[in-house]
Design a protein around this ligand. Structure first.
Ligand code: PGA
Length: 254
């Protein structure tokens, strides 16, 4: 049985006080309202990770993560945060290759492959993001783009390492736009990604990999998306900034 994982990516939002307030609310609401199977990962800005992790320590359903990390282990890289530092704060997940990092910080697949190695070496779980732009979809290039992102970012891993990876399919045209991929569109891509992993590794391994959908997931579309056989959770931006909407999305997952 593959893991169902719902993650909230706060991006560059919330000061420390607001952030910790939100973590507490989510934790309390989940205790009262949710008995389903999903693992829930809160991914605040770096500065809030340690304190957020302490707050969720008692709640085994909850984990924390970071939104990025360096590809280097340590050293003279001013402003960077290493995977070991994230680990030492008690977080267990790291988003790698979010489209905003690809777009605004020029992160390439080769660069991201190194970050994946750093995250796995530290014993953390990478959430590797992939997704096509609107233009790529409209010109029917999306399958090729996704295949390149997945193969260049991940396929240097051996099977044991690959089994540790979570993938998030996030069509760029759906992120923060209020436009969600239809369940059919998302399912088609998730099955395609699983097929790529099956071909490269094995169908058993492909069956075990958690593939999240991301891009304008909201309480009113989550249930339908989660009903698709290859959608194993979500990576949520905007709707993760409020406890009510985030918890309602989580409650859509049995
Ligand atoms: P969104 O963001 O839910 O606000 O569309 C998703 C993401 O960027 O992970």
């Amino acid at each position: 049985m593959r893991k169902k994982i719902i993650a909230g990516n706060w991006k560059m939002n919330k000061n420390l006080e607001e952030g910790l307030g939100l973590v507490s609310e989510i934790s309390n609401m989940l205790k009262d309202e949710y008995s389903g199977s999903a693992k829930v990962v809160i991914i605040p800005p770096f500065l809030h990770v340690a304190a957020s992790t302490k707050l969720v320590a008692e709640n085994s359903r909850l984990a924390t993560g970071a939104q990025n990390c360096s590809n280097h282990k340590s050293g003279a890289y001013t402003g960077e945060i290493s995977a070991d530092m994230i680990m030492s704060c008690g977080a267990t997940y790291v988003i790698i290759g979010h489209s905003e990092r690809r777009q605004y910080f020029n992160e390439t697949n080769d660069w991201l492959a190194k970050k994946i190695d750093a995250v796995l070496e530290a014993g953390l779980t990478p959430i590797y993001c992939c997704g096509e732009t609107l233009e790529e979809r409209e010109t029917n290039a999306h399958f090729t783009v996704l295949e390149t992102q997945i193969s260049e970012g991940l396929f240097h891993l051996n099977a044991e390492q690959m089994a540790q990876v979570v993938i998030a399919y996030e069509p760029v045209w759906a992120i923060g736009t209020g436009k969600t991929a239809s369940t059919e569109q998302a399912q088609e891509i998730h099955a395609f990604i699983r097929g790529l992993i099956g071909k490269k590794y094995s169908s058993d391994l492909a069956e075990e990999i958690t593939i999240q959908y991301g891009g304008s997931v909201k309480p009113d579309n989550a249930k339908e998306l989660f009903s698709a056989p290859d959608i194993d959770g979500a990576l949520i931006g905007g709707a993760a900034l409020q406890s009510r909407s985030f918890v309602d999305i989580i409650k859509s997952m049995n």
